[in-house]
Design a protein around this ligand. Structure first.
Ligand code: SF4
Length: 320
């Protein structure tokens, strides 16, 4: 694994103007991601994790902050520079059915980015690459002329992965790539993604609401709550010693597949979700936090290093 930082995000914000005010979807997010590593980004629906991935990829314009790729500031990349970046930075979407054009065959879908970026001289060369990609992602060549609706969810997601790999990217945002799949297929797709990462030296941001999925694929995990970073550390440390009350509640809600298990009961989060629209200066988790004190409702906790490479935003956790 390389020590080179491939991606750096500094104080990134993405706000949406709504009739009720500014919605703070991503609020002051900063991190570095080294080449060949996977950062899991977790949180409930609406925490801003997918918006973060899409803003980094310039599928959404950022409100403020900076994005660096291979040391270069790409925050305002556009035109030819953005087209070049698209070859390096790709996305795998959650729902392989709605993200694939139903009128296109498997070969047309995989060939499309090769055509747009004019990588190969002619159709013959492009088709050689299509067959090569189908082999890489474990999809039999006989499916080359089938349509997405003729395939099961696992095969459709393999096509989504092939399309993302087509241009030999360095970095892929995986946006809930297994959430829409049957549990039996999820492990196959996750294993495929881990194999591809090793084979091609890929760097991933893996966005998911499912902590049990992210543990096995991530080097580090970032927990988001209503657009704010609340905890970030290595995957092992997060599972061994979560420090933020929200992370603890998320971890306790992971189902344990053993009916005889008599251990600790899951912590059910009570209280109302605060609004991400024009949020007050306070801890956004305070209305649901069992540990909340008065100060939690009047000031925002800083994101501090509580122990080596373990960052937390909570008034109860001290800086090391
Ligand atoms: Fe809970 Fe307060 Fe910590 Fe927020 S700052 S997580 S409300 S204890």
């Amino acid at each position: 694994m390389s020590d080179n930082v491939l991606l750096e995000v500094k104080n990134l914000k993405k706000y949406f103007d709504t009739p009720r005010g500014m919605l703070h979807a991503v609020d002051d997010v900063s991190f570095q991601l080294k080449e060949g590593q996977t950062l899991g980004v977790v949180g409930e629906s609406g925490c801003g994790k997918s918006t973060l991935g899409r803003t980094i990829l310039h599928l959404l314009p950022s409100t403020s902050g900076q994005i660096f790729f291979e040391g270069k500031d790409i925050t305002f990349a556009k035109g030819k520079e953005l087209l070049k970046l698209r070859r390096q930075m790709q996305i795998i979407f959650q729902d392989p059915f709605s993200s694939l054009d139903p009128k296109m065959t498997v070969s047309q879908i995989i060939e499309e980015p090769l055509k747009i970026h004019k990588i190969y001289k002619n159709k013959k060369e492009r088709m050689e690459r299509v067959y090569e990609l189908m082999e890489i992602i474990g999809l039999d060549a006989r499916y080359v002329n089938t349509y997405p609706h003729e395939l099961d969810g696992g095969r459709r997601q393999r096509i989504g992965i092939a399309r993302a790999l087509a241009l030999n990217p360095k970095f892929i945002v995986c946006d809930e790539p297994v959430s829409a799949l049957d549990v039996s297929i999820q492990a196959q797709i996750l294993n495929l993604m881990m194999d591809l990462k090793d084979e091609f030296g890929l760097t991933y941001i893996f966005v998911t609401h499912n902590l049990s999925v992210v543990k096995h694929i991530s080097d580090e995990i970032l927990v988001l709550y209503l657009g704010k970073m609340v905890e970030k550390t290595t995957a092992d440390r997060l599972f061994e010693n979560p420090l933020h009350p929200y992370t603890k509640a998320l971890l306790s809600s992971i189902p344990i597949p053993d009916i005889s298990y008599k251990g600790k009961e899951a912590e059910v989060m009570k209280g109302e979700l605060s609004s991400p629209i024009e949020p007050k200066d306070c801890c956004r988790f305070a209305p649901r936090c069992p540990m909340a004190k008065d100060c939690c409702f009047t000031s925002s906790p800083e994101f501090v290093e509580a122990e080596e490479n373990h960052f937390v935003a909570c008034h109860l956790v001290e800086k090391k």
